[in-house]
Design a protein around this ligand. Sequence first.
Ligand code: ADP
Ligand code: MG
Length: 485
Amino acid sequence: MKEYYTTIGLEIHAELKTKTKMFCNSKNDPDEKQPNVNVCPICMGHPGTLPVINKEAVKHVLKMGVALNGQLADFTEFDRKNYFYPDIPKSYQLSQYKYPLVSGGELHGIKITRVHLEEDTGTSQHEGDHSLVNYNRAGVPLMELVTEPVIHTAEDAVNFAKELQLLLRYIGAGEANMEKGEMRVEANISVSDDPKKFGTKVEVKNLNSFRAVERAIAYEVERHTEALEKGEKIVQETRGWNETKEQTYSQRTKEDSHDYRYFPDPDLPKLYISEIPEFEKDVLEKELGELPWAKRERYKKEFELRDEDVEIYIQSPEWGHYFEAVLRNLGIEFLNQFGNSIPKDRQMAKLASNYISSDLLGLVKKEPEFWQKKPIDDKHFAELIKMLGENKVSSRGAKDILALMYKEGGEPAKIAQEKGLLQKSDEGELKTIIEKIIADNPKVVADYKAGKEASLQFLIGQGMKATKGSANPEVLKNLFKSTLG
Ligand code: ADP
Ligand code: MG
């Protein structure tokens, strides 16, 4: 078999979070269950109505542009994209053709062509011999981002889409839930036997989950490769994705852009973005807050956390906030701009992170209801970590205390006291116990003195037993060693 080269370019649509629709005062509410209530003469395209541009939506896209390090438009306008379908009441969709709000930029190492703003369509529902249409979504602000054809694997395509979803959520531009259709991916795929030439591309539309993106691309790459092997030609077309069959299917041969008869909408004003003070780059930048990749860097550099831990805090900012609240309670400076936290702080931060990511999240996953009802106070969690760091409880003890705190609440020091989980590190008290163990086990002691290391473990075990597990094994070990010389 020859060698084949896959090229992928993505077009991703995301509904923006705004109070009202893109060009009118109708509510933008993705959760509205009642059909056709968030509509008005403007989004229904009645004659004589005039659209008004939604500033909030423009701002979301410009902020995306700044985050992606793209070029913000000086001048921009909206164009009519003319086509007929029952879900677009105006018979055209307002979009941007020549002058997108953002050009260029990069995300996750992938070059972006453009980001523009348009309006969403309504939704249709096909029932046997008739169809229903709901216009609640018609006119909702929709961002479209187009990448360059520079992706080569399904996995990279999925990772790109995940990172974009994260960014949309971070900057508050949208929820981007794929299962709700708030973010929709179209994948353009081509396969060639010549690394210097693109193959014929097909576009797979309406991929509504990351899994669908992954599977659809894999399916197409295989289909193209098989066809090329047989010497067959690939037809340039738009394809759909059948979720149950896990197959793509031909929908239509693709129309060219001239079929849409794009022209600037005469009812809307042109925008000179660079002349609007609140759209200045510096102003937008200040509003962005910490971006996911900056946060990732900070956690890695400051605390040398494991990648998996960092990703938990990046993907679920609520856990990121919890982690930071615990650190604050531990008195750890975590916003050190110089990235030089002291080693002891770093140790404690790592310890806290380990207990959050493995133990606490383990409990939350198993029995989420307790967490939903009453999460462990970050102050109490920090106290537990402090006790552990100071060897007042063993790691076994800390896990037991945590489990109790999880279900019943309470303060860790109190629980440790009540359950006898405080480690005995008081050498005077331990000394008496150790001397008795040595007197009771002459044979083992002799073995140890003769060089048998395992004997020491046995003695420590006896010490743990005598103290009902409350001794600190490290302290015991040192005491046995020093006593036996
Ligand atoms: P069209 O005019 O068919 O819409 P565009 O040039 O606008 O094509 O590109 C649309 C998308 O297709 C972009 O994401 C782009 O990266 C991608 N694309 C373009 N050419 C190819 C190709 N040969 N293989 C895969 N993707 C491609
Ligand atoms: Mg296109």
